[in-house]
Design a protein around this ligand. Sequence first.
Ligand code: NAI
Length: 303
Amino acid sequence: MAEIRFDNRVAIVTGAGGGLGRSHALLLASRGAKVVVNDLGGSVDGRASGGHTAADKVADEIKAAGGEAVANYDGVDSAEGAERIVKSAKDAFGKVDIVINNAGILRDVSFMKMTEEDWDKVLRVHLYGSMYVTKAAFPILRESSYGRLVFTTSAAGLYGNFGQANYSAAKLGIVGIAKTLAQEGAKYNIKSNVIAPVAKSRMTETILPPNLLEKLKPELVSPLVAYLSSESCQETGQIYAVGGGYVSRVAIVEGMGANFDPAGVLTPEQIVERWAEISDLSKARPMSSAMEAAAAAMKGAMG
Ligand code: NAI
């Protein structure tokens, strides 16, 4: 097949000063993309600010390899910061084609001990950050009738994880934005997809065992991000699990359910009686929109 390239394409990669973002930025740049390497260089919990070094290092690495990049040090977690990130792309390269929402922090703590600040900060960086940066870029994408959005969720968001109520809420919220923008972007050739990665990074090096970490190179995640960022990608509104050489579509599915007479009286006991049918996912299917899900439910109800 033809090589996937990004010549004349401009990509913003948030949180690209290390870990997965760095790997995404390097891969896109190596294939011709002009890249805004955004990172405020903070600590994993977002408490300490780190300065310019992280973003500068990755931008320099790209330039040393013959690619084009600019560093940007703004936080994704404010509308003003996001606007400056998008302005960096416009000032340096004249446009934006690709937005990879990757920046993130962790404030892991059990729900009982989680403070409102832990909750807010994680939502601000992941959920609001993804929204702010995408919102600042969206008019440019619409105007050019081209855009590729890649959002970053997590297994913690899709399935839940002990000590990560804030993070899982933010990460599943991101799926919601991505799926809705797939619909709002459809007529402008804006594709919007989500990855749920697993990779070695400072976020995981204290959580996962060393022998496993060695198999989880960020470079095993970025090729999927590159494909989803490319012109050849026609998928939209999808979620993919990726890491350690594994790549798989993930879907939210709905079973065939049980239908009761909508004109009759429905009791809790009737629901319990048909619990097996209600729980059965053997014929479950993904839905491409809330409208499709509503239509399927109505069709069932109408017999
Ligand atoms: P990382 O900590 O190496 O990278 C995150 C980067 O985001 C850091 O360089 C950090 O400075 C930057 N950042 C933090 N707050 C920022 C802000 N307000 N504005 C701009 N940049 C900011 O961690 P990693 O693992 O590379 O994470 C990348 C993304 O992947 C995150 O969204 C994370 O939640 C997600 N993820 C990672 C997994 C893994 O196994 N590594 C698993 C599931 C999701």
